[in-house]
Design a protein. Structure first.
Length: 287
């Protein structure tokens, strides 16, 4: 139940309803904070947040806004349906470039739809899994008409069958030729270290800022070690999913105290002033 009074709650509901442009089964298109988005209403986090709040992880975008400028070249590994990609494309502008990787075929379809809806011609959207090597990978077969956290699905085991998974190309970031690299966002459900390994030449050559998810306790220490070996300083960024100042003005927090666990990774030679807590221990709860 919303904590706002009935008049405010009615206005919020009317605003969210007015944003709805199209609905077809489990899919909706709404006018959200950063543009037009098609999303799956049954998606537990990304779709639900766009539907209810008109945005997702706005605190992350606020951080990115301090790191990027027009003309920047960025990678978005694990782009999902493009909720961040569209913003990145608009931020870097016509003189910039964004390269995305998204291995889920249906999510990639929606990513491309959202790029088209928002006129993001400076994005190169790859249907591929970013990783340590090229070749192929396996993606679980999902029922997109049943509730799930579609953005939280890891790759399937390499030996999985066609009944449970489907093949997808795999690529290294290093395989993509870019004139420069200013920023890499990596959100790949436990495969972050592999993506970093596959981007080693790009990272060592261009020394971009990195924004890397690190929420798998069993993989955290190795990931931290790999980034430090590349001479990066690491800072925890732990934004809550709910933003009280959300686009639709909705006061009810359906996500509670859930946070995203990420690291801002800064080349050690680059001076930075930040209030973020520097990583001491690989477990974000400790340091």
């Amino acid at each position: 139940m919303s904590k706002a009074g009935p008049e405010v709650a009615t206005a919020v509901a009317a605003g969210a309803a007015a944003a709805l442009l199209h609905e077809h089964g489990h899919l909706r298109i709404k006018h959200c904070r950063h543009g037009l988005f098609i999303y799956n209403m049954l998606d537990r986090y990304v779709g639900r947040s766009l539907d209810r709040y008109g945005e997702i992880s706005e605190s992350e975008i606020a951080l990115f806004d301090q790191l990027l400028r027009p003309g920047s070249v960025s990678f978005d590994a694990g782009a999902n349906i493009g909720a961040h990609t569209v913003w990145l494309a608009k931020k870097v502008g016509a003189t910039g470039r964004v390269v995305t990787f998204e291995p889920q075929r249906v999510s990639h379809q929606m990513l491309c739809a959202n790029l088209a809806l928002n006129g993001c011609e400076n994005v190169y959207a790859l249907w591929a899994a970013a990783g340590k090597t090229g070749g192929s990978a396996r993606v679980p077969r999902l029922d997109y008409r049943a509730e799930n956290n579609f953005g939280g699905i890891p790759l399937a085991p390499a030996n999985s069958t066609d009944d449970t998974s489907e093949g997808v190309p795999a690529m290294r970031i290093d395989d993509v030729h870019v004139p420069r690299c200013d920023f890499i966002k990596i959100d790949v459900e436990g495969m972050e270290q592999e993506v970093v390994a596959g981007a080693e030449r790009t990272i060592r050559t261009y020394r971009p800022m990195l924004y890397v998810e690190n929420d798998r306790r069993e993989r955290a220490e190795a990931l931290v070690g790999a980034l430090r070996e590349m001479d990066y300083r690491l800072f925890w960024h732990l934004p809550r999913l709910f933003n009280a100042d959300n686009f639709f003005g909705e006061s009810e927090n359906v996500f509670g105290r859930i946070v995203s666990v990420n690291m801002l990774c800064v080349p050690s030679e680059r001076p930075i002033k930040t209030a973020l807590r520097e990583v001491q221990d690989a477990d974000w709860r400790k340091g």
